[in-house]
Design a protein around this ligand. Structure first.
Ligand code: PMP
Length: 446
């Protein structure tokens, strides 16, 4: 019997024993092609010797010091690297241990900024109905995944909401995508005005939506309008790039492609590539200056922040990405992946959409795409596809949309940045067989 508190009601999952490149091997000797890096984590593949050596060397040199007493060389170098990687002018990096911690940090940083500037009434963080920001209570309160929130509702603070930006489902017939983008963004302004701008601290959103909807890039112009609205009302813009940042969609920050500079951006998964737990809240000089001038500084902190071994691992991951030109491969490989998905699922009536940016791609399944009608949630189609994939030796990240009611099942793919065309073909072939199998298994109403 396993003494690990496994999540599900069922038995323990298979025991993984090793991983190399794109492949994970379990105790029984089965190999799994890792097409999602867990939840978009493993961005350079598994078992990279250059990262393993960096971890070993750092552990031997300096394992841990408390960040209240010391800074350390890998943390300094990693912060420099993060700021140099984006042309947007982000200047200060707060290093933590996970995506949820990064979001908690960002939300508190925004509040601290306003307090330090004498605007202590600003406390509301407006988020969107379509979002995932983490599982700690503060981050969960801001997230829009009802399934994840439901058991904890009485424990969470109310989060005001703006509309998601999801043209596939929300754009009206005849409406241009640009007009739709403005309509979606303007729901933020309406919410700010309803609450009273003087009480609003920040707007929090994923630049490209991951877990709750399946690789949804924003409509053109959406974030530019959001930026204008935030500026007009003195509200900070926090972009959650825990999943879509660190080259996942092609640029170091996905918001670079929107031409929008956030006040704070969160990173995690692709920062350490799974070699160590690490996250970051990265802010502009203007945000940081509020604390520098304040009397108390930023009242926050975690025991493992700026952990030397985690930072050394993340730095090595970023070195590998640079040395092997992996970031340059993301756009190209992402296009190949999307084309392969479109070709394979073009004749699958239930695949309503193939979408994404860079190497964050997804398919969405609907019972009747022409009416955008989803399968009965009780069928758990996404879960069934995930299970079928595992039987076919493929790891994907399945999910169910939860925007404004039921939206559809999706399968998210987030392979490593160095993926080849042959890998893409293998992934899509296995996924195709798994999807066919799962669809044959579920009753259709139409
Ligand atoms: N934000 C986003 C956008 C995420 O995708 C995730 C993780 N799926 C988180 C925050 C939370 O990160 P973690 O699980 O590392 O706490």
């Amino acid at each position: 019997m396993s003494h690990i508190f496994h999540r599900g009601g069922g038995g323990a999952p298979p025991l993984a024993v090793s991983a190399k490149g794109l492949w994970v091997v379990d105790e029984a000797g089965h190999s799994f092609l890792d097409a999602s890096g867990g939840a978009a984590v493993s961005c350079i593949g598994h078992g990279e010797p250059r990262v393993v050596e960096a971890i070993r060397a750092q552990a031997a040199r300096l394992d841990y010091v408390h960040s209240g007493a010391f800074t350390n060389a890998p943390a300094e170098a990693l912060a420099d690297r993060i700021c140099a990687a984006t042309p947007l002018g982000m200047e200060k990096v707060y290093l933590v241990g996970s995506g949820s911690e990064a979001v908690e940090t960002a939300v508190k940083m925004a509040r601290g900024y306003h307090v330090a500037r004498g605007e202590g009434d600003r406390h509301h963080v407006i988020a969107r109905r379509q979002s995932y920001h983490g599982n700690t209570l503060g981050a969960l309160a801001r997230g829009g995944s009802e399934a994840r929130r439901q058991p904890y509702l009485p424990m969470m603070t109310e989060t005001p909401r703006a509309a998601p930006c999801f043209a596939f489902h929300e754009k009206k017939t005849g409406e241009s995508e640009e007009d739709y983008a403005i309509r979606a963004a303007d729901t933020l302004e309406a919410e700010i005005l309803r609450l009273g701008a003087e009480t609003v601290s920040a707007f929090l959103a994923e630049t490209v939506v991951g877990a709750t909807a399946g690789a949804v890039p924003p409509s053109p112009g959406y974030f530019a309008r959001i930026r204008e609205i935030c500026d007009r009302h003195g509200v900070l813009l926090i972009l959650d790039e825990v999943m879509c940042g660190t080259w996942r969609t092609g640029s170091f920050l996905a918001c670079e492609d929107e031409g929008v500079r956030p006040d704070i951006v969160t990173l995690a998964k692709g920062l350490g590539g799974g070699y160590q737990p690490i996250g970051a809240a990265v802010c502009t000089r203007e945000v940081h200056e509020a604390f520098a001038d304040g009397r108390r500084g930023f009242v926050h902190g975690h025991t493992y922040m700026a952990h030397p071994i985690a930072c050394a691992a993340a730095l090595a991951v970023q070195d590998v990405i640079a040395a092997d030109g992996m970031a340059e491969n993301v756009g190209r490989a992402g296009e190949k992946l999307r084309q392969a998905l479109q070709a394979r699922f073009g004749n699958t009536a239930e695949v309503g959409d193939v979408r994404g940016r860079g190497l964050l791609q997804a398919i969405e399944l609907l019972e009747d795409p022409s009416r955008k009608a989803s399968f009965d949630p009780a069928l758990n189609l996404a879960g069934r596809i995930g299970d079928a994939c595992q039987r076919h030796g493929l790891l994907v990240y399945p999910g169910r949309g939860t925007v404004d009611g039921w939206r559809g099942d999706h399968v998210l793919l987030a392979p490593p940045y160095n993926i080849t065309e042959a890998d893409v073909a293998e992934i899509v072939d296995r996924l195709g067989r798994a999807v066919d199998e799962a669809l044959a298994d579920v009753p259709h109403r139409t």
